[in-house]
Design a protein around this ligand. Structure first.
Ligand code: ZN
Ligand code: ZN
Ligand code: FE
Length: 757
């Protein structure tokens, strides 16, 4: 007996070989009908024998293609349409799109095999791809995902490519970016003015240049990298000078896993991360030095080749360890458009290796680290974005604009929370431009009418993100406190929106309920009910407010004044402290009460400790002093915890800092003192957590905020809380730093009720 069924499938089902998979499945069961990409996923009409339909439905669920992710599969009864065979139909674009866009995927093994096969027609073709691999988010210009709505539309397929594209038995059946040397784009080398080489010759010439110590801008999936030989100290130094990047570590790309093992200590976790289709930058303990690559750091950030081009560069003799850093000046957003790259990178890059395929939007490399409770994403971008990270009960479209540092934005459509790729620091005009572009990109793609939007933004009235949010043509706005957003993000990722927890947000800075600078906060509550602040770091005075984040000795003034209420301070301009005059200048402002703000920032507490241990210069990237302190502490053997007390609602750092000063005067090694400081802080935090969990009857401690990027602090806390019966929840899908704020804002805003007036 012949019957028919309709299937509506939602999730990551476009651009991952889903329709070809359905096609083959239907043919195998002898079914007729059709499959098409709809705005909200994939729609299937199948007709044929009852058992065949049942088997088809089962296999659909059981073995979708590797990169696909089925969020929902609905079966709807239908009447037979009298189809004669099964076919892939043109995309339907009737409804507003809610489909999940696939992130970009690293080149797969079968494509790599063809890439290096001299008899293959795509031998050494840098744009080889198939339905299992290649670009997605970085070429999509509109939904549904089909070639005319990608940056590949200007290259009509040749007959051979078209045959593969239309052959259901082929690996490239409906692979939208399919191309070959006959019909597709290629790479060329230029000095910014003239084309020097083309095709494989351009790649070979680039490899030669890199070997000779040159700096080449290389176009990747989501933007340009600046590449140079990581073992060539002069090249690395030149790159730092030209890029105005003094100390911030450079990421490395290494030829293969074996080469990676020569560079860093290896663990199974790190291995899995390196080889995942995301191909992120993975932070791992360095086994050797590379001058200038990661000053003051005990880790390297390394990644494996992710595009065919990268593999070709290494095959053509590029150095085995390449610096591969985002192509920009200082903290500007990564360059991704060719003309912009030529202009902004003039004077930095000697040559440009330019791919002809345009990049639809900029997407940086992702950064991850494996830690005590699994991998932590520190920068969420290529390979992850714009994946859905949470389901939220938002009754209408919701946009959360994040914070001003490490900005991301989150758009919630039909309950799916899409978190954008890392955008950057909005202090920079170009980053603000990218921020606005990303918002309009996401809302346009999902055809959201801005006037229907609920917009969530930070409580800080002067954040660039807040100001922009207020200028949007939205229906309503809600301000979300920074540290509550941090804690809420952890719970949103886990779908634990009703769960009551103790939330600890340790952070550099954030605008508090009382307008002061928060950053050492303990909350009790849930996303659904909201969070009450129950305790915090003992307040100190911050001279110069947020500007003090640049100068550890300036940040130290107010914290040390608190210590002075307990013990006498030594002369800090004398050895071993040698504080520069900046300290005395800030101290005078403090005494006069000029530009003084109250703070509970743990980030500034770390800065104070770092200053006492010798980091007395200005920082040149965010959280540099805290990171310096962590890496010193990691080099010490486990130490005793310095004293840090918790009473009622305050974590008191005064004994902790007093001990740092004493140990320093006794001449103890900096590494040892850094270790004692961190362990002490962890102990105080353990006491606070145990106290509040008991008092509020809680079993779960949530940790978020930039300070929890500190792996050693996490390890200490995990160990110290191990016997307490308390469970620790940290981030999995978004970063603990401000890259996670937009998700937390969205989660809290989803429960926000408009005030009745
Ligand atoms: Zn492939
Ligand atoms: Zn072709
Ligand atoms: Fe923060």
């Amino acid at each position: 007996m012949s019957d028919a069924r309709r299937f509506r499938i939602q999730g990551v089902v476009q651009g991952v070989g889903f329709r070809p998979f359905v096609y083959r499945l239907a043919r195998r069961q002898g079914l007729a009908g059709w499959v098409l990409n709809a705005g909200d996923g994939v729609e299937i009409h199948a007709e044929g024998a009852d058992e065949a339909l049942a088997r088809f439905a089962e296999e659909l669920r059981r073995q979708p293609p590797p990169a696909a992710e089925i969020a929902e599969l609905q079966t709807v009864p239908a009447s037979p349409e009298g189809c004669e065979r099964f076919e892939i139909r043109q995309s339907a674009t009737t409804r507003a799109p809610t489909v999940r866009i696939s992130p970009d995927l690293a080149v797969c093994d079968p494509c790599l095999a063809e890439l290096f096969d001299p008899t293959d027609r795509r031998h050494r073709y840098p744009y080889i791809n198939c339905t299992d691999c290649g670009p997605r988010y970085t070429i999509i210009q509109g939904l549904p995902y089909d070639r005319p709505l990608t940056t590949m539309r200007q290259w009509p397929m040749c007959d051979a490519c078209a045959d593969e594209y239309h052959d259901p038995g082929d690996r490239r059946f409906h692979a939208q970016p399919v191309a070959c040397p006959e019909c597709g784009p290629t790479y060329f080398l230029t000095d910014g003015e003239e084309e020097l080489e083309r095709g494989h010759a351009a790649i070979r010439e680039t490899a030669d240049r890199l070997r000779e110590g040159g700096i080449v801008a290389v176009k990747g999936l989501g933007g340009y990298h600046l590449a140079c030989d990581a073992e060539n100290e002069d090249a690395v130094q030149a790159l730092r000078e030209r890029k105005f990047r003094k100390d911030k570590p450079f990421a490395l790309m290494v030829r293969d896993l074996e080469t990676a093992r020569r560079l860093v200590d290896w663990t199974a976790d790190a291995d899995a991360l390196l080889e995942s289709v995301v191909r992120p930058i993975v932070l791992a303990r360095a086994r050797r030095g590379l001058a200038g690559v990661a000053p003051d750091n005990t880790d390297f950030g390394i990644m494996l080749p992710s595009t065919p081009l990268h593999h070709l560069l290494f095959e053509s003799g590029a150095p085995g360890f390449l610096v591969m850093t985002s192509a920009n000046r200082s903290s500007e957003p990564i360059a991704y458009e060719d003309d912009d790259a030529f202009e902004r990178l003039a004077g930095i890059a000697d040559r440009f290796l330019v791919g002809e395929r345009p990049i639809a939007r900029r997407v940086d490399d992702s950064v991850v680290r494996s830690g005590p409770s699994g991998p932590t994403i520190l920068r969420r971008a290529r390979g992850y974005a714009p994946g859905v990270v949470a389901r939220l009960p938002a009754r209408r479209p919701l946009l959360a604009v994040g914070a001003d540092l490490k900005n991301t934005v989150t758009l919630v459509v039909n309950g799916d929370a899409f978190v954008s790729q890392h955008i950057g620091d909005l202090g920079h005009p170009a980053a603000r431009e990218a921020f606005r572009a990303t918002i309009s990109d996401l809302t346009t793609m999902y055809e959201i009418d801005p006037r229907r939007l609920l917009v969530a933004h930070d409580l800080h009235p002067e954040y660039a993100s807040t100001v922009h949010a207020r200028e949007l043509e939205a229906s309503e706005w809600v301000a979300v406190q920074h540290h509550r957003a941090h804690v809420a993000a952890v719970l949103a990722e886990r779908g634990e929106l009703e769960t009551r927890v103790l939330g600890i947000a340790f952070d550099g800075t954030g605008y508090g309920d009382d307008g002061s600078i928060w950053g050492g906060e303990l909350f009790v509550g849930s996303v659904a009910q909201g969070f009450d602040r129950v305790a915090h770091l003992r307040p100190a005075t911050l001279v110069g407010g947020d500007a003090a984040a640049r100068s550890p000795v300036q940040a130290a003034v107010g914290f040390l004044a608190e210590v002075e209420t307990l013990v006498d301070l030594p002369d800090l301009s004398a050895p071993p402290f040698r504080f520069p005059p900046r300290y005395d200048q800030a101290r005078r402002l403090f005494e006069a009460g000029v530009r003084c703000f109250p703070t509970t920032s743990t980030g500034r507490l770390f800065d104070t400790a770092a200053a006492l241990l010798g980091f007395t210069r200005e920082v040149n990237f965010e959280a540099q002093a805290a990171s310096w302190l962590e890496h010193r502490a990691r080099q010490a053997s486990p130490a005793e915890a310095f004293p840090c007390s918790f009473r009622d609602d305050q974590l008191d750092y005064r004994p902790l800092l007093a001990e740092v000063i004493e140990a320093r005067r006794r001449g103890e090694p900096v590494e040892h003192i850094a270790r004692g400081f961190q362990r002490g802080l962890a102990t105080g935090l353990r006491d606070a957590a145990v106290h509040w969990a008991d008092r509020a009857d809680l079993e779960i401690v949530v940790l978020s905020g930039g300070v929890f990027q500190n792996e050693l602090l996490l390890r200490d806390l995990a160990e110290l809380l191990g016997t307490s019966g308390l469970e620790i929840w940290t981030h999995r899908a978004v970063p603990p730093n401000d890259g996670g704020i937009s998700l937390g804002q969205a989660a809290l805003a989803a429960f926000w009720e408009p005030q009745q007036t």
